[in-house]
Design a protein around this ligand. Structure first.
Ligand code: SAM
Ligand code: SF4
Length: 490
């Protein structure tokens, strides 16, 4: 009988990709994905460690699943992702009812881990008749806390080399990707920004060979994707081995993918995320002008506008380089929509430094952006800096930055009024009382709300935009909705 797998994914698109791969790895063992946590025989929490109190949030979520086990559910609980990598054994110590802790580089070993966890549980039950899967005892004493505890029966795998993960992930896509296919081409980071945990949780930069990426793109397209997002923590640092034995850059890879697939899949669109300004070379910028299938959208985190802060962050670029990249990109692709990440209140950030961030935002003009208050991440160099900024100052700066960014986003969206955009339908609308409502994405990554009979997920439609709001566009379908050719094969 099929067993149900529920995956809760936190954080970045790389985690979304990893979750899909974990489901593919477990499919041959009879696990089918479910969207309903109540049906689950196995739950995987695919965690993110970027934000403050990430581990505490995971332990609090685990409390919910512990209750289900205590109520007698035959449930396998796995913690994956960057919190699993960072906390490791601590999770098994504090939450002994967890069956598996698996780091981001070990997902291909999930079947083996599952078998080992099962064996350990069986042996534990035999060796200790009082013990059962609910693991009462330490957990009855109250919240999960540090301190002496009965050792759990879970298994741990946080070994590191990423190449083995990609070498051993299954070729077949057990789960169709939907209209947008996520494709990891690069993983890890060697940049060591002083605020960031990623180099510690995801390990060193690794680029997959181009042939493996091309093959995976083909599988995604054959399975029904009509937009492909190339992913990596530092995606534009890609330097993988090409089929010709040379080292390929991201620019070269994009040109090869476009050459190979654009003709066969009309309307296909490409994008890539997340990029680093240091790696935006002239060839990659040129690709934005050369390839019509590359979406006119780029997420390029700058973090701050002050050179002193950028230096303290170890970003390896200054504000001027960012401005030059933006000017070059706009020269090649004048309509490109820019997105970014900002951190306010980095240690030592003065009012003048923050004003430099505001000035950069005013000068560039962003279509959308993410802003965060700096949060000290244990183990990162910035956490040890003496001149931490107060919460009150961080709050005030965040509000000022958000207000400016919202103004720009609204202006960008409102400027779409009257234009006809190619929209890919990718979700059902939220409005319960409007059953026909569907949501799609424009080439600039805006949400487009549509009410039109006969629309289906995966369709492409030309939409005349009637209004632009802060987070979405409204419009009317003009012309006939098209199901992509590859849907036939889905
Ligand atoms: N690799 C990307 C880059 O270089 O910009 C982004 C990586 S991170 C997953 C996404 C964003 O989280 C970062 O761009 C940064 O703005 C934010 N972030 C990371 N660490 C943070 C911290 N300690 N405090 C606040 N924001 C943080
Ligand atoms: Fe983190 Fe910096 Fe690497 Fe991005 S480039 S993942 S922010 S260390």
């Amino acid at each position: 009988m099929a067993r149900k797998l529920y995956i809760k994914t936190y954080g970045c698109q790389m985690n979304v990709y990893d979750s899909a791969r974990m489901a593919d790895v477990l499919a041959p063992l009879g696990y089918a994905k479910t969207d309903s946590p109540d049906d689950a025989d196995m739950v995987i929490l695919n965690t993110c460690h970027i934000r403050e109190k990430a581990a505490e949030k995971v332990f609090s979520e685990l409390g919910h699943w512990r209750k289900r086990k205590e109520a007698g559910a035959d449930l396998t609980i796995a913690v994956a992702g960057c919190v699993a990598q960072a906390e490791g054994e601590e999770i098994l110590n504090r939450a002994p009812f967890v069956d598996m802790v698996v780091g981001p580089q070990a997902y291909h070993r999930l079947p083996e881990l599952l078998a080992r966890a099962q064996r350990k549980r069986d042996a534990g039950r035999e060796g200790n008749p009082q013990k059962n899967t609910t693991q009462k005892g330490p957990m009855q004493k109250g919240p999960m806390q540090k301190g002496p505890m009965q050792k759990g029966l879970g298994v741990l795998d946080t070994a590191f080399p990423p190449e083995s993960k990609f070498d051993h992930l299954p070729e077949a896509l057990a789960n169709p990707p939907g209209p947008v296919g996520f494709l990891a081409i690069q993983e890890g980071c060697d940049k060591f920004c002083t605020f960031c945990v990623v180099p510690y949780t995801r390990g060193a930069e690794y680029s997959r060979p181009a042939a493996a990426i091309i093959a995976e793109a083909e599988r995604l397209l054959e399975s029904g994707a009509s937009e492909i997002a190339l992913l990596g923590q530092n995606v534009n640092a890609y330097h993988g081995e090409g089929p010709d034995g040379q080292t390929w850059s991201l620019a070269r890879l994009l040109r090869a993918l476009s050459d190979r697939f654009d003709g066969k899949y009309p309307g296909l669109r490409w994008r890539y995320t997340t990029s680093h300004p240091r790696e935006m070379d002239a060839d990659l910028i040129a690709v934005h002008g050369d390839l019509p299938s590359l979406m006119p959208f780029l997420h390029l985190p700058v973090q701050a506008g002050s050179d002193a802060v950028l230096k303290a962050m170890n970003r390896g670029h200054d504000a001027d380089l960012f401005h030059r990249i933006v000017a070059d990109l706009r020269a090649k692709r004048p309509d490109i929509a820019l997105s970014s990440d900002f951190i306010v209140g980095f240690p030592g950030e003065s009012d003048k430094d923050f004003e430099a961030t505001m000035a950069l935002v005013r000068a560039v003009g962003f279509a959308q952006a993410y802003s965060f208050k700096y949060s000290a991440r244990p183990g990162t160099p910035a956490a040890l800096l003496p001149n931490q900024v107060s919460e009150a100052v961080k709050d005030a700066r965040l509000q000022a930055l958000l207000a400016l960014l919202r103004e720009q986003q609204l202006a960008f969206n409102a400027g779409m009024q009257g234009r006809v955009l190619d929209v890919l339908i990718d979700r059902v609308g939220h409005k319960q009382n409007r059953p026909g409502q569907m949501l799609g994405r424009s080439p600039y990554m805006q949400s487009v709300v549509l009410e039109h009979p006969g629309l289906e997920i995966g369709m492409r439609v030309a939409v005349q935009i009637t209004a632009g709001y802060l987070t979405s566009l409204a419009g009317n379908v003009v012309g006939t909705p098209i199901l992509p050719l590859n849907r036939e094969a889905a």
